[in-house]
Design a protein around this ligand. Structure first.
Ligand SMILES: Cc1cc2nc3c(=O)[nH]c(=O)nc-3n(C[C@H](O)[C@H](O)[C@H](O)COP(=O)(O)OP(=O)(O)OC[C@H]3O[C@@H](n4cnc5c(N)ncnc54)[C@H](O)[C@@H]3O)c2cc1C
Length: 277
């Protein structure tokens, strides 16, 4: 089946993109890497949109240091995120997560802003953003605003982005000395979406644990985090399994996903501490 679009326009800069969306009578749809949107259009899950192609807006791509944070432009492709020296040094979680996303062809086209905006509950980058305490920079017809990752993911494929807005960048705190960041996931085959995934960040302030593919949105496992801070791994596993409500589907049952979440937490803590799970 072929895609059905209501129109197409390529924006040369952010202002033009916002104007195109504002003039699209509510039918405007941002096109970035196209790795999720075009697939949805081909399956006719999305039809009639006025596509506003932002993929050539240079100002939206690239990674830059800004004091204690890294600013990652929304159009930075997955492969570029994974290979970027600043990302590897200051936010190794994102670099490691990239290796779990799909296959090379998709990583060469898909953008971090697209992954965050698409908000697939099984995607890696949204959970990384939660675990890292990152912020989303958003541009809209009335100016710019910043939304914390914790307030950004609202439901399946649903974010705090409003009609006519564009995600312009992700801002992430740089890793501090002594901090550790890692990701663990289980997928049926390399490159598949995860059955369950877990991001762990250990800071002076405590542990942060974000799960993906366990519900409508990625979640911060707060009860689990509190038990880890108390040095109680068994309690953290029990708390984690109690605070997620994973779905049963053709890939895995809820009970199996809950079991996997505990396994992943033990694996992550074993990597962190050097003590075998
Ligand atoms: C076979 C396959 C396997 C995949 N496996 C994985 C996987 O394991 N893990 C994973 O995380 N992802 C996976 N993906 C998805 C891939 O990472 C996509 O690239 C990503 O989800 C979307 O990025 P994109 O730039 O292609 O966005 P697009 O497809 O262009 O857009 C996706 C959605 O986000 C909106 N959007 C895009 N950019 C912006 C922006 N800057 N501001 C506002 N809205 C925006 C679009 O309007 C659209 O609704 C897979 C995709 C395929 C086809």
């Amino acid at each position: 089946m072929k895609a059905s679009a209501g129109g197409y326009a390529r924006a040369n800069d952010l202002r033009e993109a916002l104007d195109l969306l504002a003039n699209a009578d509510g039918q405007g749809r941002v096109l970035a890497g196209g790795q999720s949107l075009i697939a949805a259009m081909n399956m006719r899950l999305s039809t009639g949109d006025m596509l506003v192609d932002i993929s050539r807006i240079a100002e939206l791509a690239g990674v830059a240091e800004d004091g204690e944070t890294l600013r990652i432009g929304a159009l930075t492709r997955h492969a570029a995120v994974g290979a970027d020296p600043l990302v590897k040094t200051h936010v190794p979680l994102l670099a490691e997560a990239t290796g779990h996303i799909a296959h090379a062809a998709i990583r060469n086209r898909g953008t971090i802003g697209g992954a965050l905006s698409h908000a697939d509950p099984a995607a890696e980058f949204p959970a990384c953003a939660l675990a890292l305490g990152a912020s989303m920079e958003i541009a809209g017809p009335d100016g710019s605003r910043t939304v914390a990752a914790e307030d950004f993911f609202e439901d399946v494929f649903t974010t705090a982005l409003a009609e006519g807005e564009i995600l312009t960048a992700l801002t992430v705190p740089k890793q501090r000395p002594g901090e550790a960041q890692l990701i663990e996931e289980v997928a049926r085959r390399s490159g598949d979406y995860a059955l369950v995934g877990l991001c762990l960040v250990k800071r002076d302030a405590g542990h942060r644990v974000a799960l993906f593919s366990v519900g409508a949105t990625p979640i911060l496992a707060r009860a689990c985090m509190a038990r880890l801070d108390a040095g109680d791994l068994d309690g953290a596993v029990t708390a984690l399994q109690g605070e997620i409500d994973p779905p049963s589907d053709t890939q895995a049952s809820a009970a199996y996903r809950r079991h996997l979440a505990g396994v992943l937490l033990r694996r992550a803590m074993a990597r962190l501490t050097g003590v075998p799970a």
